[in-house]
Design a protein around this ligand. Structure first.
Ligand SMILES: Nc1ncnc2c1ncn2[C@@H]1O[C@H](COP(=O)(O)OP(=O)(O)OP(=O)(O)O)[C@@H](O)[C@H]1O
Ligand SMILES: [Mg+2]
Length: 358
């Protein structure tokens, strides 16, 4: 078991700074997910922890040991890669046992340990096959077997599910979660998939352009994104962002969306200022045109069975609403949409920083 601590970690590739001053504490047994768009530095960060990439600046500690210069094999971490990296000429049993053979384990001990891992991962019947004779999901489990066989202090996963089809991805996600509950090993998991991040993580760390923008429990990020980037990244379907103008009449503050005004809590912004208003599709409900706070036109609707997505046009701004599937709507129809004022998020249109009502 182990904690992992990153103190001011920096990565430069020549003149390009891929990671800027990242601080991160991963507690013993914690499951931390690093999430962010392509190129934000997730793999770079993970590879530095694994020892596969040199650290340009800052300190890396595993179980309070300073390991910046320690060889990968001496860090007591095991990494699972996106492409599995299994040896094609070896059987699955040989692949899983490889790390133990390198450490001069006894043959009988290796066999026992490989079998134990294969049982946990339910790939016992596949042990004598070669990787080419396995499905994607089975290969994925074999790669996990190779990681867990050594009982490492830390698991590092780099998008382990991204080569699997959607159904298998969900199954494997559940299996990884079970595995963590069973073994309790400190885990750092990289993905660009926010659903994977939300479902697996004790704590989600959102990265953008080599910096940590926010970290917290999945629901903390969902309920209180500290910036527009996190608001849009976390949650599916994506949060709507609408441009509004702050206005005040004698009784209250209102948000003007084109010709429509919606009452709001007061904001620390001057009258006439623009603000980005965030509202999640699932926080919008259908109502009559007379009762609607917003009355856009339906552009496209998608009946999903469990709910219906209505993609609407609000005077040139797109609004997606997740509606009750019993609601019958048609394209080009004008509908009423309601929401609770407390479910709105406000962001500065310039720098995207969250603005709280006063
Ligand atoms: N060996 C390298 N030399 C130069 N630049 C690199 C190198 N490896 C990565 N980079 C750059 O560093 C940045 C971060 O890359 P990284 O692979 O960590 O992103 P990522 O978040 O894992 O993206 P993805 O989701 O696409 O895997 C990118 O801009 C990338 O182009
Ligand atoms: Mg990557």
């Amino acid at each position: 078991m182990a904690e992992v601590r990153l103190e001011g970690i920096v990565k430069d590739y020549g003149g390009f700074r891929a990671i800027h001053d990242v601080d991160l504490d991963v507690a013993d047994g914690e499951f931390v997910v690093l999430v962010g768009p392509s190129g934000c530095g997730k793999s770079t960060l993970l590879r530095m922890i694994a020892g596969l990439e040199e650290i340009s600046g800052g300190r890396l500690l595993i179980s309070e040991r300073f390991v910046n210069e320690v060889e990968p094999r001496d860090r007591d971490v095991a990494m699972v890669f996106q492409d599995y990296a299994l040896y094609p000429q070896m059987t699955i049993a040989e692949n899983i046992g490889f790390g133990l053979r390198m450490r001069d384990w006894k043959k009988s001990d290796i066999e026992r340990k490989v079998l134990e891992c294969a049982r946990i991962l339910q790939i016992e019947p596949l042990l004598e096959r070669r990787p080419a004779q396995l499905s994607g999901g089975q290969r994925q489990r074999a790669a996990m077997g190779r990681a867990i066989v050594r009982d490492p202090s830390v698991f590092l996963f780099d998008e382990p599910l991204s080569n699997l089809d959607a159904k298998l991805r969900v199954e494997m996600r559940t299996q990884i979660k079970r595995l963590h509950a069973m073994l309790g090993t400190t885990t750092i998991y990289v993905t660009h998939d926010q659903t994977e991040a939300m479902t697996l993580a004790d704590r989600v760390v959102v990265l953008d352009a080599g910096r940590v923008v926010q970290q917290g429990h999945p629901l903390e990020l969902y309920d209180r994104p500290n910036c527009r980037f996190v608001g849009e990244f976390i949650g599916s379907p994506q949060m709507n962002i609408l441009d509004a103008v702050v206005d005040r009449n004698e009784r209250q503050t209102v948000l003007r969306f084109g010709s429509t005004s919606v009452p709001t809590a007061d904001l620390p912004l001057r009258t006439g200022a623009h603000v980005d208003v965030g509202i999640r599709p699932e926080h919008i409900y259908w109502t009559s045109v007379d009762d609607g706070l917003l009355t856009p036109k339906v552009d496209v609707y998608e009946p999903l069975g469990s709910d219906t997505m209505a993609i609407c046009d609000l005077e040139g701004q797109e609004v997606t609403a997740r509606l009750d599937p019993k609601v019958r709507i048609k394209p080009a129809e004008r509908i009423g949409l309601g929401f609770d004022a407390s479910s709105l998020h406000f962001f500065d249109p310039q720098d995207g920083v969250r603005i709280d009502p006063v």
